[in-house]
Ligand binder design. Structure first.
Ligand code: AMP
Ligand code: ZN
Length: 452
């Protein structure tokens, strides 16, 4: 089975071929570290994590880069509000982000790149864009990308520039804007004491700081090369962020920047996009404060395809946690022995995931394995642990359940009574075991005891 991914660039599912055989270069637009991540943001990262795990599961090597945007309009604004240095302020939220991704079992990227470590690379790209006539300096010394000079501008978001001619004649300084405001965008922002305070870099371009979009072009090209396989983010990154990344990167190299653009859909609340600006967001802390395991959020996400919108309600998350506990219970009852991975189930599991990360169907295979009465407990355990490599639901970390001696004694006694065909006595013992909070099941391999 081959890997197939929905590619925003082609608007269809494409067969996946990495540029270098057996190796994938992947870039994920990471967080702007000006606040705690909300669980909508976390969908973007968990989606990237599943994608990466599926690539690894398919036997590919993956170099995965995720950036930390520690310089932009928002980090400057809020660090000043709090009277902290930019570094102190963004360090705090970066660390909180690292904790969050750990609690939802994300694999660490090969490298986190901090935008402020790549200013020189950004300056180099901007200089080349100026040389090529794709960028220009405005009156205040800021530098803008001239979108009309780049013929492919709009190819990712399918903008028809002709239709936007009126708006497209101006320029926009802020990092974030929508399609109604398609204009020349800022590559370099000249120092403005009122806005920037003492945050600036002295460079060949003058005194100032980079725009947001150039950061990802520079970090991606520096760490992964001029052409990469996969670039991920949420759908709201398609325009303007990723459109602008293409313009900057392809403008300077003349080569296709990214082969597969992959985007996750939104998490909604009351059918509206979860967003800081709408003040309708929740964080992992909110989830944990309710006594819910953060992995339940990961599990809830996996129940839907990453390309469908998902409306967040607490009842659904609680339902996911109940189902997850049930899976843990079934797994815990499998005992210690690890057998062979079921080839038949593995094939199906892999096939679903390789079809544009169909996690809902992959989860049905997990349930089927655990419920299959013809599969030995040892083989079930091996198969679940194999699936765990992609799902990351915490099976591997579950502690072996200790069955108290008293219960083990009662179970042994029950085994004897069954051998003697004294079913009345055997039922009494089962009830006794139940009353002590354990349940006993008769399987092909004998009794299995687990906590109720
Ligand atoms: P930001 O920090 O705003 O750049 O967002 C970080 C990531 O979260 C980006 O990939 C966004 O596209 C994504 N994102 C933001 N809001 C949501 C949401 N409500 N649902 C899913 N992804 C989101
Ligand atoms: Zn980015």
């Amino acid at each position: 089975m081959a890997l197939i991914f929905y590619n925003t660039l082609s608007r269809k599912k494409d067969l996946f071929f990495p540029i270098d055989k057996g190796k994938v270069r992947m870039y994920t637009c990471g967080p702007t570290v000006y606040d705690y991540a909300h669980i909508g943001n976390l969908r973007a990262y968990i989606f990237a994590d599943i994608l990466k795990r599926v690539l690894l599961y398919s036997g590919l090597k993956v170099k995965h880069i995720m950036n930390l945007t520690d310089i932009d309009d928002k980090t400057i604004r809020d660090s000043q509000k709090e009277g902290k240095t930019l570094e102190e302020f963004t360090e705090f939220y970066s660390k909180e982000f690292f904790k969050d991704i750990k609690s939802v079992n994300m694999l660490e990227p090969t490298k986190f790149t901090k935008a402020t470590d790549y200013i020189d690379d950004m300056v180099l790209i901007i200089e080349k864009l100026l040389e090529k006539g794709l960028a220009y300096k405005s009156e205040d010394g800021s530098i803008y990308f001239d979108i009309k000079k780049f013929k492919d501008y709009g190819k990712l978001s399918r903008l028809v520039l002709e239709n936007q001619r009126e708006n497209a004649s101006g320029r926009i300084a802020s990092d974030e804007y929508d399609k109604e405001n398609v204009q020349d965008f800022a590559l370099w922002k000249a120092w403005n004491k009122k806005v920037d305070g003492n945050i600036f870099w002295e460079t060949g371009l003058g005194k100032g700081r980079p725009g947001w979009h150039i950061e990802c072009s520079a970090m991606s090209m520096k760490t992964l090369g001029e052409q990469i396989d996969i670039h991920t983010g949420g759908v709201d990154n398609i325009f303007p962020h990723h459109e602008n990344e293409i313009a900057q990167s392809e403008g300077v190299t003349g080569k296709q920047f990214v082969n597969y653009w992959m985007h996750n859909e939104w998490i909604l609340v009351n059918q509206k996009k979860m967003a800081k600006s709408a003040n309708n967001f929740y964080t992992l802390k909110n989830i944990m404060d309710r006594g819910i395991n953060p992995i339940a959020y990961r599990f809830w996400l996996l129940m839907a395809n990453y390309r469908t919108r998902a409306n967040f309600v607490w009842e659904a998350l609680e339902g996911a946690e109940t189902a997850l506990k049930r899976l843990y219970g079934l797994y815990a009852a499998l005992g210690k022995e690890i057998g062979k991975i079921s080839a038949e189930y593995k094939l199906k599991f892999k096939e679903y995931l390789e079809d544009d990360l169909d996690t809902p169907r992959a989860l049905t295979v997990l349930w089927d394995v655990l419920k299959d009465e013809n599969l030995s407990t040892a083989d079930k355990k091996a198969t679940v642990l194999d699936f765990e490599k992609v799902l990351g639901l915490g099976f591997a970390d579950l502690k072996e359940e200790e069955i108290p001696e008293e219960i083990q004694k009662l179970a042994k006694e029950r085994e004897q009574t069954r051998e003697n065909k004294d079913f009345k006595k055997s039922d009494e013992l089962r009830e006794k075991i139940n009353s002590l909070g354990y349940e006993v099941k008769d399987t092909n391999e004998g009794q299995k005891i687990s906590k109720i």
